[in-house]
Write a protein that binds this ligand. Structure first.
Ligand code: ATP
Ligand code: MG
Length: 600
């Protein structure tokens, strides 16, 4: 492509709408253009990058026997009602764009395709002889994200590769799941990014495995905890660790103490001359289920620990049926305004004890009349602990379960693992932290959707069984931008060769010089014919402008038809290292072919 004929517009100014480097650079370098909130146009350079990423994804999917197809983005509501997700997706989470067509039928734009693919499996798979089988597609997804941001990182319309596998049993699902994990590693390695596979939260389904693939970058929304020995890495949402050792309690007998202004653990530890590990913390939450019922939750946890809201939400989802609900709509620490709606009298905030009376909850059809009491595992082993006295400015010291307080029946792992904690697999390994951008997620779904939608098959014994399923996503457009977030310098983008829109760019410093133009045209033709994808900057611009633009758009090799022409050579500059060398014109094609081959 000749730049003089291309829609090529770069910006000198930093775009005000962008916060993180990759978003700024993609806008400035003319890769993308914002059309609306979370909606972007992929301009010609970007589209080439996206096609290269897609092609790598496609090759790795095909290599493990996954079959490409294309499913409809427009989906009838019936499918989502069958799986039970229509209400959650359109109302509770509200992430799905849904509308009514002119025939008064409800339809939605697909945020994901479990429902569509399960319907196909239900209609087309009858026998174990057809299993296992895996389908995938590369398609535009629609999600009405609450906070679309960072350009392609969190769009409302974006490109995803999603694959779905079907199996006769769990063992077969695990085989495909492992093949997918390897395919994902291949994809990311080939794209030229630094990444990590981490254990991920699988929501309340539990049991089944799930792994996320993270591109390491400071702008990442996710926190990863890992050990240096390489044996453990998990999303913070899911991470486990050994809590710090308990310091022996200084309290020898049970007594109530006046402890004014000790509403925090630190202040209490100071006044009580104890360690936070001797304190039982009681944290109040308010959960609302999809049937509109609100339940007040009292979590007991050791004073030096914090609650992991994702683990708590999973536990509460598992308990939903007890309250006539199916899913959690909201989970919050109730602020003063929220407390006013249900509290019968002012709460002893900062001084709550595990036996806080249910009479604090005013009678209301929308609010469950009793606290749901949950203990984290760290609370269970506490002895002679300090905790609130249910009275402002008072605490009790030297309390024990089974004596002054009843340990809740429900004991769950709710604590947040944190950097510096000892690892479960080896206490000598301490957890370290890194930030990551989630670009892929693989998931063992089990029979959740096949059961809900009646997708069954006949097994070898002639019995009818629900299909085992797995699902596997790659955010193609997010991956392309995340690569930039990891690979840029003060002058612009540095594309890894494998996904760069072009391999080389020829800059002609002076287009009125016939010799320069003639050499450039010759190289341009030969390089492209030899498979070296080459741009030709033949614009009527100063050399400085051309060099700046070449750096900004991040093409791996810049070829300059400048002074060295007199010696029959051109200058070739490596974008990443800025190293320049003079190469005889006749050797340029072979040299670049070698370099590109080595980089792929
Ligand atoms: P997130 O936690 O970031 O919202 P998710 O868990 O909802 O993502 P999945 O449903 O697992 O995402 O989708 C598979 C992949 O699609 C993700 O790993 C991510 O790379 C990509 N993705 C998800 N949402 C978006 C979005 N709004 N914009 C761009 N890419 C996205
Ligand atoms: Mg995910």
């Amino acid at each position: 492509m000749r730049l003089s004929q291309m829609l090529f517009v770069t910006l000198r100014e930093e775009p005000a709408e962008a916060e993180i480097p990759s978003h700024k650079l993609l806008l400035r370098a003319g890769y993308i253009r914002r059309i609306g909130s979370g909606v972007y146009a992929y301009l010609p350079l970007m589209w080439r990058v996206l096609q290269k990423v897609s092609e790598i994804v496609r090759q790795e999917m095909n290599a493990i026997g996954s079959q490409e197809c294309l499913l409809p983005a427009l989906q009838p509501s019936e499918l989502w009602k069958e799986s039970g997700r229509w209400d959650t997706y359109t109302q509770a989470e509200g992430i799905m764009f849904a509308f009514t067509d002119r025939q008064e039928r409800e339809v939605a734009l697909g945020p994901t395709h479990e429902e569509v693919i399960t319907t196909i499996a239900k209609e087309m798979i009858f026998s174990y002889r057809q299993l296992p089988t895996t389908l995938y597609q590369i398609q535009t997804k629609f999600r009405d994200e609450i906070r679309p941001r960072f350009g392609l990182m969190r769009g409302r319309e974006f490109i995803m590769k999603d694959a779905y596998s079907f199996h006769a049993d769990e063992a077969s699902l695990k085989v495909t799941y492992s093949q997918m994990a390897i395919a994902y590693q291949n994809i990311l390695r080939r794209c030229g990014v630094e990444f990590r596979g981490v254990e991920a939260d699988s929501g309340a389904i539990g049991g089944s495995g799930s792994q996320e693939f993270m591109i390491l970058a400071d702008a990442g929304e996710d926190e990863i905890l890992y050990t240096e020995d390489g044996n453990y890495a998990a999303n913070l949402e899911k991470a486990v660790s050994l809590p710090a050792e308990v310091v022996p309690s200084p309290f020898t007998e049970y007594a109530k103490h006046h402890t004014p202004k000790t509403e925090t653990i630190e202040k209490l530890a100071k006044i009580g001359k104890c360690s936070p590990t001797n304190i039982l913390k009681n944290v109040l939450y308010q959960v609302t289920y999809d049937n509109g019922i609100t339940v007040l939750v009292l979590v007991n946890i050791r004073g030096d620990q914090d609650v992991n809201p994702v683990k708590l939400q999973n536990a509460l989802t598992n308990l939903a049926a007890n309250y006539g609900g199916k899913t959690v709509i909201s989970l919050e620490v109730p602020n003063a305004e929220m407390q006013e709606k249900w509290a019968a009298k002012p709460l002893p905030l900062g001084y709550i004890a595990p036996d806080l009376a249910d009479s604090y909850i005013a009678k209301s059809p929308q609010v469950h009349p009793q606290f749901l009491r949950l203990a984290d595992r760290t609370a269970v082993d506490l002895t002679n602990f300090a905790t609130g006295a249910n009275e402002t400015d008072y605490h009790v010291f030297g309390a024990n379960w089974g004596e002054q307080f009843q340990l809740p029946e429900l004991v769950v792992d709710l604590r947040k693992a944190k950097v510096g904690d000892r690892a479960m697999h080896n206490p000598e390994q301490l957890l370290k932290t890194a930030r990551g951008i989630e670009v892929g997620h693989i998931f063992q779904l089990g029979t959740k959707y096949s059961q809900a939608m009646g997708a069954t098959f006949t097994n070898e014994q002639g019995e009818e069984k629900p299909l085992f399923m797995g699902c596997y996503g790659v955010g193609v457009s997010r991956l392309a931008q995340a690569t930039v977030e990891q690979s840029y310098d003060k002058d612009g983008i540095i594309w890894p060769t494998a996904i760069a829109p072009y391999h080389a760019i020829i800059c002609v410093p002076n287009i009125t010089d016939a010799n320069q133009m003639q050499v450039a045209e010759q190289l341009y033709t030969e390089l492209n014919q030899a498979g070296v994808e080459t741009l030709w900057d033949d614009r009527d611009e100063r050399a400085g402008v051309k060099f700046k633009d070449a750096d900004l758009i991040g093409i791996p090799y810049r070829i300059v038809t400048g002074r060295s022409l007199a010696a029959g050579k051109v200058e070739v500059v490596d974008r990443a290292t800025k190293k320049s060398q003079e190469i005889p014109i006749s050797e340029v094609v072979a040299t670049l072919q070698d370099w590109i081959k080595a980089a792929l």
